[in-house]
Design a protein around this ligand. Structure first.
Ligand code: PLP
Length: 372
């Protein structure tokens, strides 16, 4: 439609109706609960997809980060080193655990955690318990270096792969490199269950423990016996049904996201004030969002103009060390994350976009940047 709003990313159910079939199955068998065949199978199918042994389906990616931190033994007063350029959901669970985040800068090569700054942070805080690396916008971090450094300093690596389901680094899926990985199925992610998350690991005991905590820490007993604090974080069987259907179209979604990115690149790279997100030969991104950097252009002006044309665009995440709520915590790095925030714009990357929609975005950008 001519002037319909073009969104950054929105839910995209399969044409075949896979999701509704699984949800119907749950209704027909009355497994309308935070357990059932869809939950078990969604875990199995996702684990198979990314090539990991175990997965726990949870209510959100945030819950998955929380229980991964707990599984890593992070508790009161512990230090957790965390990428600064990310969404606040990466950091909040560190605070839930009573631990202290130390923020680390990104590098331009990956936009994710700078291994050199990570090393500096670990030298400064040798008592660090865990590191959370993020794979923003479907780009992978420099995993060889980060895994090596975490081993050297004997800290647990947690990968926040909320935005990078389906992204590979040297042929292996992101989320499977650290001791723990987490995925999100929120409404704007590459596949969605309306809301949900997954914690994955190759360690069966730890994943079993995550399931145990997520279901109120009920001990094996006829009566309600509790030796530990519990959480109500288990994914519902209805939600898991949507997830199973969405997993069947994940590869199609990645293909379309790549098409969108290529389209923008073809149309916009001739504009000298625009550069695209980094490409590295060892990284096959899922292109969750197509992101550009602008030089000598006010990003807010461009976003305002896009908004007037009924096109949604967003800045790159505002770094955590610049957020008022995290003001008191240390930051190791220079100004890379801040520069990406100040100069970056996420372009609409909705997999339901038509070529006509894509042209509308491109034409608006060219008009505003006087490049018609
Ligand atoms: C979406 C997101 C999360 C949180 O996932 P939810 O399922 O919304 O709780 C965490 N980290 C990053 C980087 C995200 O983009």
């Amino acid at each position: 439609m001519e002037n319909e709003r073009i969104l950054l990313a929105s839910p995209h159910m399969s044409d075949e109706g896979y999701e509704q079939e699984y949800v119907k199955e749950a209704f027909d068998t009355n497994w309308v609960a935070p357990l059932g065949a869809n939950v078990n199978n969604f875990e199995k199918e996702l684990a198979e997809y990314v090539g990991i042994d175990h997965a726990a389906a949870l209510t959100s990616g945030t819950a998955a980060i929380h229980l991964a931190l707990k599984a890593a033994g992070v508790g009161k007063g512990d230090i957790v080193i965390c990428q600064s350029l990310t969404f606040s959901a990466t950091v909040n669970p560190i605070i839930y655990q009573g631990a202290k985040p130390v923020f680390v800068d990104s590098d331009y090569e990956t936009w994710n955690m700078d291994p050199e700054q990570l090393k500096i942070a670990l030298e400064k805080y040798p008592e660090t318990k865990a590191v959370i690396v993020v794979h923003l916008y479907g780009l992978s971090a420099n995993l060889d270096e980060i895994v090596k450094i975490c081993k050297e300093y004997q800290v647990t690596l947690i990968e926040d792969a909320a935005e990078s389901l389906g992204t590979t680094y040297k042929g292996q899926y992101t989320g499977t490199f650290g001791e723990y990985g987490i995925y999100s199925f929120n409404g704007n992610k590459i596949i969605t269950t309306s809301g949900g998350g997954m914690a994955v690991s190759n360690n069966p005991e730890r994943v079993e423990k995550i399931r145990f905590w997520s279901t109120q820490s009920r001990e094996q007993a006829r009566h309600y016996q509790h030796n530990e604090i519990g959480y109500n974080y288990r994914m519902s069987n209805i939600v898991a049904g949507i997830g199973r259907g969405q997993l069947k179209v994940l590869s199609d979604r990645i293909k379309k996201k790549q098409y969108i990115h290529d389209f923008y690149k073809n149309e916009l790279s001739e504009i000298s004030s625009i550069t695209f997100m980094p490409e590295n030969k060892w990284n096959k991104p899922n292109f969750w969002l197509s992101v550009i950097l602008l030089s000598d252009v006010d990003t807010n002006m461009l976003m305002d103009e896009l908004d007037k044309a009924n096109i949604e665009a967003r800045p790159v995440w505002k770094p955590m060390h610049l957020q008022p709520i995290f003001e008191g915590y240390d930051y190791v790095g220079s100004n890379v994350a801040e520069t990406l925030f100040n100069t970056g714009i996420c372009l609409p990357s909705d997999t339901k976009m038509t070529d006509e929609d894509l042209y509308r975005v491109v034409k608006t950008i060219k008009r505003v940047l006087h490049h018609e």
